[in-house]
Ligand binder design. Structure first.
Ligand code: MD3
Ligand code: FE
Length: 204
């Protein structure tokens, strides 16, 4: 049994083309208010190849001091825009029972960008799932177990696909090995958007 086996739910083609186009419009609006920023690794200051923004009451940031959730954009100091209703509806559909999401991290992969193997453990509430939406070019996603050295399996994530990471997949190591250029016409200039909905703080 793969360590992430019983906590990973893959919902291919959850969003149809029309819903994907609406989502892209909503995310473009969010990015107009909260521009993509360039996260860097704590201590080293090495830049991520992925650019990021957020919507929701909290947003994930990474700078020389560390990783954290905060209510303000790191460059402008403004609060993050609201999470689009379509994404709150998705959460209700696939994470029913979990407290409402507080953060939607927006990852933008320009051609050539990738994300190394990591765990998501900056949330205080690790009981809620993470819900991921892929838009644009197909990505090669790698997921393993809760130890970095556990065996990994690869999956392709295409535009409109949703992945729900709960249970023992919540702390699984995962990353994006590459984005396959030219696999989607959704984003005019290519690349990939990934949206992850997260509960950050415990309810009580
Ligand atoms: C497995 N994003 O933002 S989404 C991230 O495609 C992140 O941008 C990737 O990893 C991306 O942290 C992967 C799928 C995903 C998201 C969260 C997870 C897989 C996960 C949390 C735990 C385990
Ligand atoms: Fe992650």
């Amino acid at each position: 049994l793969h360590p992430s086996g019983n906590g990973l739910r893959f919902l291919p083609g959850y969003f149809d083309r029309q819903a994907q186009e609406s989502l892209v419009g909503e995310i473009r609006q969010a990015i107009a208010q909260a521009p993509l920023f360039q996260p860097v690794m704590p201590r080293t200051g090495k830049a991520f190849s992925v650019r990021m923004s957020n919507c929701g009451p909290l947003g994930w940031v990474s700078d020389i001091d560390g990783y954290r959730y905060q209510p303000h954009h790191p460059d402008s100091g403004r609060t993050w825009p609201p999470i689009p209703q379509r994404l709150l509806d998705l959460w209700e559909d696939v994470a029913a029972g979990a407290p409402e999401p507080e953060a939607c991290l927006i990852n933008f992969y320009a051609p050539g960008a990738r994300m190394g193997l990591h765990q998501d453990r900056d949330e205080e509430d690790l009981s809620a799932p993470v819900v991921s939406v892929s838009l644009g070019d197909t990505a090669v996603f790698r997921v393993g177990g809760t130890n970095r050295k556990d065996p990994t399996t690869s999956m392709k994530l295409a535009s409109g696909d949703v992945v729900v990471l709960g249970g023992n997949a919540r702390l699984a190591f995962h990353g994006i090995d590459r984005v396959l250029a030219g696999t989607s016409t959704l984003l005019a200039n290519g690349g990939r958007l990934n949206l992850t909905l997260r509960r950050v703080t415990p309810v009580r």
